[in-house]
Design a protein around this ligand. Structure first.
Ligand code: SF4
Length: 409
């Protein structure tokens, strides 16, 4: 039976919006900090950049904003005309399209748009697209593009891999000193890693409140609440925010407050969000009394191996433990554990056309996992940003039929 479709407001969100607004204003506002500007991939060496005095900007966050505001679909063709294929990452193509057109959702916040980089720093642990994306801007602005090449399909993250990545992260110090004009300071790095670790452990605790039934938050809440964990890890602001959010969610658990009234089914979301359709999907699941309680995506900003006492080895291990750069055997085991921990009834796989890296339905994993866990699955075809690749009607029908199947199980 249909229930109220209004998402339950998380009170802390106002503070989060203020924190994110302050961060954007510091990066792009009228009073520049005087610091050099580093662009960083979402699981790039942000801790090192902050410790070396850079302002740090994450273009994937801009990509998600372009998707959520539905600006992306009109901007992607500009990047296609420039020479980027419609089949590659639509964060990349929408961001490049926005640059070519001079449009950005930041302008709605009274800000000029993404800040120009002095250096672009990537980690290919997630995909090669981020490097190609950064190299575009490196050529546009004639600034250095440096980074870390992480192996893909990693089984065990062994010492050989960790040492190699740690060495690579250290090798970034000299070129970064050349840009910033500041000397690397190990104590500062330890402080930033310590804050980053605190942030990440709080974020983990936030997500784990959803293991309780009824769940106090959903995946759709998580895609909003993750902002500081992505762009402000390594700062006190992010730590303070997640303490506040965690307290609110723990109170919800204590009071038995459900994010989805009458929660009857619990879903795991595998793959990228469909940014321009989050509200519609959230509403549909709510009407179906179905809570999407866990996802690989939101968990991608949990870095338990960060270690303030051994910052380089800790960063190397944390960045390489990432789900997206692991083998299918690892992914299968990880998801089986998540299904158990979050009492999952079924799995939704989003096959995101322009992100094969984060679409895990293509090599038989869903069937294997279903056999192993007994939990059914459904595949939704779409895209993170390009809504031309998403059929709303088909997805709604498939989701509805899937929930009916769960109800009959
Ligand atoms: S992981 Fe996917 S969405 Fe993220 S930057 Fe790479 S291709 Fe784009």
């Amino acid at each position: 039976m249909a229930q109220t479709a209004e998402p339950k407001k998380i009170q802390a969100t106002g503070k989060m919006k203020g924190l994110m607004g302050q961060y954007f204003t510091e990066l792009m506002g009228e009073e520049p900090s005087g610091n050099k500007m580093a662009w960083c991939t979402s699981v790039g060496p942000a801790e090192l950049l902050r410790a070396m005095g850079f302002d740090v900007y994450f273009p994937e966050n801009h990509g998600a904003m372009l998707g959520a505001t539905r600006m992306a679909t009109d901007l992607i063709p500009l990047a296609n005309a420039h020479g980027f294929s419609p089949d590659i990452c639509s964060y990349l193509t929408s961001d490049v399209g926005a640059y070519l057109k001079g449009e950005s959702p930041f302008q709605k916040l009274g800000l000029p748009g993404p800040p120009k980089a002095d250096v672009l720093v990537y980690n290919t642990n997630q995909c090669r697209d981020v490097k190609d994306w950064f190299q575009f801007y490196s050529r546009q602005w004639d600034v250095p593009c440096i980074g870390i090449e992480t192996p893909r399909s990693i089984g065990e993250v062994d010492l050989t891999i960790v040492q190699a990545i740690a060495k690579k992260i250290k090798s970034l110090i000299t070129p970064l000193e050349d840009v910033s004009g500041e000397k690397f300071d190990m104590d500062k790095l330890k402080d930033v890693v310590s804050l980053s670790k605190e942030c990440t452990m709080l974020w983990k605790a936030v997500l784990e409140t959803a293991a309780k039934a009824p769940s106090p938050l959903t995946f759709f809440d998580g895609t909003v609440q993750m902002g500081p964990a992505v762009v402000l890890r390594g700062t006190t602001g992010a730590v303070e925010y997640y303490k506040l959010l965690l307290a609110e969610l723990e109170q919800r658990v204590a009071d038995g407050v459900a994010a989805v009234e009458g929660e009857s089914h619990r879903i795991y979301w595998e793959g990228m969000p469909i940014w321009g359709k989050l509200r519609d999907l959230s509403t549909q699941f709510m009407e179906l009394q179905t809570a999407v309680v866990a996802s690989t995506y939101c968990n991608s900003w949990i870095y338990e191996d960060l270690d303030p006492d051994h910052p380089f080895m800790g960063m190397a291990r944390a960045y390489s433990e990432l789900f997206i750069c692991r083998s299918d055997d690892y992914k299968e085991k990880y998801m089986a554990k998540m299904i158990e921990k979050f009492s999952i009834d079924g799995v939704v796989y989003h096959d995101s056309k322009t992100c094969p890296n984060n679409s895990n339905n293509r090599y038989d994993l869903p069937k294997r996992l279903e056999t192993k866990t007994g939990k059914p699955f459904v595949v939704i075809n779409g895209d993170l940003n390009d809504l031309r690749l998403y059929s709303e009607e088909q997805s709604r029908t498939n989701i509805e039929a899937f929930v009916e199947q769960l109800a009959g199980a």
